[in-house]
Design a protein around this ligand. Structure first.
Ligand code: ADP
Ligand code: MG
Length: 251
């Protein structure tokens, strides 16, 4: 069963076709990296997948449930709000800039949604958050505020916060690109450690060695289309001129 399926997605901003007939699917536990030049539509793709942006055309499924489909006029129709709320429980999103709540402690950042969205008991939420902080190497930071942490620590809190909702799939949009180089490694290591949890991941990244190492599959995007898709071995050894030019710059 596919956790995520997107079919023939189209998205434009003011006449600019940012996503042009994009189709992709992700299986349970699968790790997919999305690479490609700046402006190629990677963030827009993640934003469409996570309902932060509306598609113009195309279908979106989570675990076979329809979040969006093509209506009779060919444009996308979305499921009702209640249904979308259910569907949203399947995924978590980690942004480039962490997006933590600045006025809340690390612990409260993590337990907020489990208590208020999932209606779990505070005791249960704290127990799980404490375990997650331990896993992220942040056991001593529960009572700290985001401004007291390094960027790498903030991003690990953001990952713990996403995991606290027990998602089937996690999306990462350039999770290390706002970090100083010396902090990148600790975040990549944490993401790698999640591979054992059997959570599917879609990772937009410019860290080519990481993408090659961690992924089951890699997609190379340029100008709103999927230029290539395959195993890391296939994509990184590709003869395609566009892929080679891109990898020559980043690899
Ligand atoms: P990437 O993440 O690969 O760098 P993006 O998805 O952020 O690419 O952007 C793809 C293109 O879409 C860019 O040209 C960008 O300027 C444009 N774009 C993205 N979001 C918007 C928006 N909300 N309004 C107008 N243009 C946008
Ligand atoms: Mg982007």
């Amino acid at each position: 069963m596919h956790v995520l399926e997107m079919n023939h997605v189209e998205k434009s901003f003011n006449e600019q076709n940012v996503l042009r007939d994009i189709s992709l699917s992700v299986k349970e536990g699968e790790i997919l990296s999305v690479i490609g030049p700046s402006g190629s539509g990677k963030s827009t793709l993640l934003r469409c997948a996570t309902l932060l942006e509306q598609m113009d055309k195309g279908e979106l499924f989570y675990l076979g449930e329809k979040a969006a489909w093509n209506g009779s006029d060919g444009t996308t129709v979305y499921a009702k709000k209640e249904k979308l709320k259910e569907i949203q429980k399947n995924y978590g999103l980690v942004f480039q800039n962490f997006n933590l709540f600045p006025h809340m402690t690390v612990l409260n950042n993590i337990i907020d949604a489990p208590i208020h969205v999932q209606k779990r008991s505070k005791e249960d939420a704290i127990k799980e958050a404490t375990e997650l902080l331990q896993k992220m190497g942040l056991a001593d930071k529960a009572d700290a505020y985001p401004c007291q942490l390094s960027g790498g620590q903030c991003q690990r809190v953001a990952i713990a916060r996403a995991l606290a909702l027990n998602p089937k799939i996690l999306f990462f949009d350039e999770p290390t690109s706002a970090l100083d180089p010396e902090l990148t490694g600790e975040v990549l290591k944490v993401i790698k450690s999640l591979a054992d949890l059997h959570i599917a991941m879609v990772i937009v990244t410019h860290e080519m060695a990481f993408a090659r190492d961690i992924s089951d599959r890699v997609i190379f995007m340029a100008e709103g289309v999927i230029v290539e898709e395959g195993t890391p071995e296939e994509v990184f050894a590709s003869n395609n001129v566009r892929t080679q030019n891109f990898l020559g710059r980043y690899g």
